[in-house]
Design a protein around this ligand. Structure first.
Ligand code: ADP
Ligand code: MG
Length: 327
């Protein structure tokens, strides 16, 4: 493109909230044949809300009084429903206390949800973030773990008694997280329950996917979230199940994009998180959501100033229109 055409395209893009980092990016965008969306914060609003807290029944003793050994939460009331609610609240209270150490949207939703229920949270000590898996922290003397199946298995705790609960919540498109405790001095942990957060799909995500497909662009999704939740969200926005890459660890996202590009595809990766930065860098075109993290914006070639997935289509259209005109 001539410098003048590049300037016009860059200006038109900027007027629409699409910032191209340079003329070469503006030229490349029209050749994109695959768009890979990150799920959380990109296709979805990233505004998680706590939806469920479930106590696993096997923590209960027959008299319906105190729960597991070492449990000091008072159980109020004497009917089963009240006890169940008290158990749920205790699972949520412990999970939220541990998550106070995390900035992750999943964590913030758990803490906000617990506070909305009026639960008094403890202070987490020796907080440990396990990227892509969850968190660990000491709460009131016990080690509390909140995260996915892998986090628990890696810590010697069998997540299988929660399998049914996890599957039910995940097939509803929710992110379900296991809550476990290793009491002080114990070398074995116990599964306490499950908490779940849900996110809402951005209103224009479905339109963006269908407009990209109308342009013969393949649409894919990549996420650290599990397969079942990922597929429920993909279905909602119109992405084919075989185009979903789920359970991808933060450090593996760029490899996943490279694998997609290995047969000569030219992929635009669209993401918002610190996790997405390496993938944005290796993609043919890296596109960051403007409300995302600075690290993602720095790694990207294009920044979308609004949070609107339709601006992905706009970026490609501006590139296409600018370069076609000058030929
Ligand atoms: P995404 O790619 O969707 O933004 P992440 O890579 O950050 O997701 O996390 C992947 C998975 O790890 C989450 O779906 C969740 O199961 C678990 N996880 C990550 N951070 C936390 C946390 N702070 N608390 C509980 N679970 C977490
Ligand atoms: Mg994200």
């Amino acid at each position: 493109a001539t410098p003048a055409a590049t300037m016009v395209g860059t200006t038109i893009g900027a007027q629409h909230g699409v910032l191209f980092k340079g003329g070469d990016v503006l030229e490349r965008a029209k050749d994109v044949d695959t768009v890979v969306f990150d799920k959380t914060g990109t296709l979805t609003a990233g505004e998680m809300e706590l939806t469920d807290a479930v106590a696993l029944g096997d923590q209960r003793v027959p008299d319906g009084g105190a729960v597991a050994e070492g449990e000091d939460a008072p159980v109020t009331g004497d009917d089963a429903a009240t006890d169940a609610r008290a158990d749920e609240d205790e699972v949520l209270r412990l999970a939220a206390s541990a998550e106070r150490g995390s900035e992750h949207p999943l964590a913030r939703a758990i803490v906000d949800g617990a506070e909305a229920r009026g639960l008094a949270l403890g202070d987490p000590e020796d907080f440990e973030n396990v990227p892509g898996h969850g968190v660990k922290a000491t709460v009131e003397g016990s080690r509390i773990l909140v995260g996915n199946r892998k986090l628990l298995r890696d810590n010697g705790i069998d997540p299988s008694t929660a399998a049914e609960t996890m599957e039910r919540l995940e097939s509803e498109g929710k992110t379900a997280m296991l809550v476990a405790r290793v009491p002080a001095g114990a070398d074995e942990g116990e599964l306490l329950g499950v908490v779940a957060d849900a996110d809402t799909v951005k209103p224009s995500a479905t339109d963006a996917v269908s407009q990209l497909r109308d342009r013969a662009i393949d649409v894919m999704m990549i996420t650290g979230d599990n397969e079942r939740t990922a597929r429920a969200v993909a279905e909602e926005v119109g992405i084919d199940p075989e185009n979903v890459r789920a359970g991808v660890l933060p450090e593996d996202k760029s490899d996943a994009v490279e694998a997609i590009q290995s047969d000569g595809r030219r992929a635009m990766m669209v993401g918002d998180g610190v996790n997405d930065a390496p993938a944005l860098a290796v993609a043919y075109v890296g596109t960051a959501i403007g409300s995302g993290t600075d690290v993602a914006i720095e790694a990207a070639d294009v920044t979308l100033m609004r949070d609107d997935p339709l601006d992905v289509v706009k970026a490609i259209r501006v590139s296409d229109a600018t370069l076609r005109k000058i030929k």
